[in-house]
Design a protein around this ligand. Structure first.
Ligand SMILES: CC(C)(COP(=O)(O)OP(=O)(O)OC[C@H]1O[C@@H](n2cnc3c(N)ncnc32)[C@H](O)[C@@H]1OP(=O)(O)O)[C@@H](O)C(=O)NCCC(=O)NCCS
Length: 145
């Protein structure tokens, strides 16, 4: 598994392909919600499969918000999501941020919890899907508290 960090302009077509399949077709997220105009300002992660094809994508916004993690169904539960998440967390640490945060779909809470993210507050709805706010502190010693 290869993980790349890139810009939206470098990888727009691959990012669009994955997100349209996972969020658009699979989860019925309206395109105007997914394509929120913030991608140009984000750092993007791509995961490449065995043949060099893009199988997953995710992004990190300048303020430390991680989002749009999407792994093709055929490539799930093989570590792609965790690999991307770790790469984006390390990028945020490299930027000197003290914390990263995200809006987690309820079905994915366990995925983020095992990487040290904690829930804060009550659930809310986004794109018709139940979410929780989650955060992780980035201490100098890798603190996950
Ligand atoms: C959520 C998602 C990004 C996880 O990616 P992934 O590559 O399948 O995750 P990993 O293989 O790194 O999973 C590592 C561990 O996280 C946990 N995990 C993975 N997906 C999970 C889920 N949906 N719910 C709970 N735990 C999950 C498991 O413990 C898993 O380990 P295991 O396979 O040994 O049991 C992927 O399922 C996905 O793209 N889903 C559709 C889009 C989506 O829901 N995005 C997140 C929006 S907040």
């Amino acid at each position: 598994m290869t993980i790349l960090l890139t810009s939206f302009s470098e990888a727009e077509s691959e990012i669009c392909t994955i997100r349209n399949i996972v969020f658009g077709e699979e989860q019925n997220v309206p395109p105007e919600v997914d394509w929120d105009g913030k991608d140009e300002k984000c750092l993007h992660a791509l995961v490449l499969g065995e043949k060099g094809e893009v199988v997953a994508t995710g992004r990190l916004a300048p303020e430390g918000k991680i989002g749009r993690l999407a792994v093709l169904r055929t490539h799930r539960r093989r570590g792609a999501g965790t690999g991307m998440l770790r790469a984006l967390v390390e990028a945020a640490r490299g930027w000197g941020l003290g914390q990263v945060f995200l809006h987690a779909q309820t079905q994915a809470l366990g995925f983020y919890e095992q990487e040290g993210f904690r829930v804060r507050g009550e659930s809310f709805h986004e794109a018709g899907i139940e979410h929780y706010y989650m955060y992780r502190h980035l201490g100098d010693n890798g603190d996950r508290a």
